[in-house]
Write a protein that binds this ligand. Structure first.
Ligand code: SAM
Length: 209
């Protein structure tokens, strides 16, 4: 089954709060986004946003320039329905992050919770990092969260790569300055606990794209 079909099936069959990665609010993500970009006019992209409530919380905090990208049309449509009026203020993109053509230097903040770790081939990881380098403004911030070294080896039935801060930062390289990292124990809706890692970087300079 290809990646898009897999995720369409997940979001068609499961309620938003019946997936292991669900939490009512992405508190750590929100805190890091507000730290990276206190200015509410900052452009923020949530990559692989799924059906998470991060977009709701960013709108509630006054962010005016939000993009949510996901490979699943079903997930994007569910967000639009949940936010009937406010959805007009959000840019929605249905795309594979390793293939989409994003605008150059479009974003102040790049956020990804639990997407990069699904990229199990070097080619896909390189394509992803190239996207970040192209799409985030120099001086902008990148927040990426994956399973940590003691996290699960699979998510949603798919293999994942687990990272610590050094190994995740190595994937991105020296143009991304690591400003901080933290680990979070995520309580799943099923009562189990998963270790997540958050890395928070600044894009240091423009580079050849
Ligand atoms: C584990 S879920 C996390 C959802 C959300 N970020 C959260 O924390 O609640 C992974 C999400 O990434 C999306 N996804 C997986 N591979 C993708 C890709 N190559 N491009 C874009 N989205 C992708 C899936 O559709 C799914 O919504």
């Amino acid at each position: 089954m290809d990646t898009q079909t897999h995720w369409e099936k997940i979001y068609t069959e499961k309620a938003p709060d019946a997936v292991s990665w669900y939490r009512p609010h992405l508190e750590t993500s929100l805190a890091l986004i507000e730290k990276a970009a206190p200015d509410r006019s900052a452009s923020v992209i949530d990559v692989g946003g799924g059906e998470s409530t991060l977009v709701d919380d960013l709108l509630a905090r006054g962010y005016e320039n939000i993009t949510v990208l996901d490979i699943s049309q079903t997930a994007i449509e569910a967000n639009r329905k949940r936010l009937p009026k406010a959805s007009e203020r959000v840019h929605w993109l249905v795309a594979d992050i390793t293939e989409v053509e994003l605008e150059t230097f479009a974003y102040n903040v790049w956020h990804d919770r639990a997407v990069f770790h699904f990229l199990t081939t070097a080619n896909h990881r390189v394509a992803y990092v190239r996207q970040v380098a192209r799409a985030v403004k120099p001086g902008g911030h990148v927040i990426v969260s994956t399973f940590g070294p003691e996290g699960p080896t699979k998510c949603s039935g798919l293999d994942v790569v687990r990272y610590d801060a050094a190994s995740l930062h190595r994937q991105f390289g020296l143009h991304f300055r690591l400003l901080g990292s933290s680990k979070e124990l995520h309580q799943t809706p099923f009562g189990t606990v998963q270790q997540f890692l958050y890395c928070y970087c600044r894009v240091e300079m423009s580079q050849s794209l």
